[in-house]
Design a protein around this ligand. Sequence first.
Ligand SMILES: C[S@@+](CC[C@H](N)C(=O)[O-])C[C@H]1O[C@@H](n2cnc3c(N)ncnc32)[C@H](O)[C@@H]1O
Length: 213
Amino acid sequence: MAQPSHMHNTFSKAQLRELYDETAPGYAQAEWVLNYLIGLHGLRRRLFQQAAGRVLDVAAGTGANLPYLSADCQVTAVDLSPGMLAKAEEKAHKLGVQLEARLMDAEALAFPDGTFQTVISTLSTCTFPDPVRALQEMARVCQSNGRILLLEHGRSSWPLFGRYQDRRAQAHYERAGCRWTQEPQELAAAAGLRITRATRHRAGVFHVIEARP
Ligand SMILES: C[S@@+](CC[C@H](N)C(=O)[O-])C[C@H]1O[C@@H](n2cnc3c(N)ncnc32)[C@H](O)[C@@H]1O
């Protein structure tokens, strides 16, 4: 079950934009907790060593992935929220990296087929109203010999924690716009991505997925 069937999308894209515009000023704290307390720093570092060439970061938020991309990459970041993207531009400026930041819906990417050598996305599919559509878009804009690199989260493989997430799923979604009991590998497979490597981390909540379009 890629998407929990008992859950319904109640957030429109306009509401998601508003939610993340409000979140943007304080998101650096969440980013720090995720990277250094939960340990996503190491996962991002290892995963994005493989990013090369023209790179698209889908739902890039405040640019959490920018520090992990090699200076040789030409990076484009897209997101629905102007507030989050403005922070990404600030981060790029501080890091001294060139960034093309564009307001865009992940489910309708305004790029021709095969534009990017690498497409990356992190902690995003839980929020997209139609995550399979967004993953298909990532595959479409990725070159046929390119890579899609994802760091996502879902239902824990630890039974007790998984059941806790089930009980709180609707309340969590209504508060944060995040479906935390989704199954990211199943979503990627449903979108037709060819998964070449997938690993789970931190109580099986976080998924590192390497795929080909
Ligand atoms: C939890 S944040 C993750 C941000 C970043 N990737 C990270 O790892 O910190 C989710 C991001 O998805 C963006 N988002 C949600 N729905 C979107 C959509 N349909 N198209 C583009 N971005 C979207 C939000 O604005 C937000 O910046």
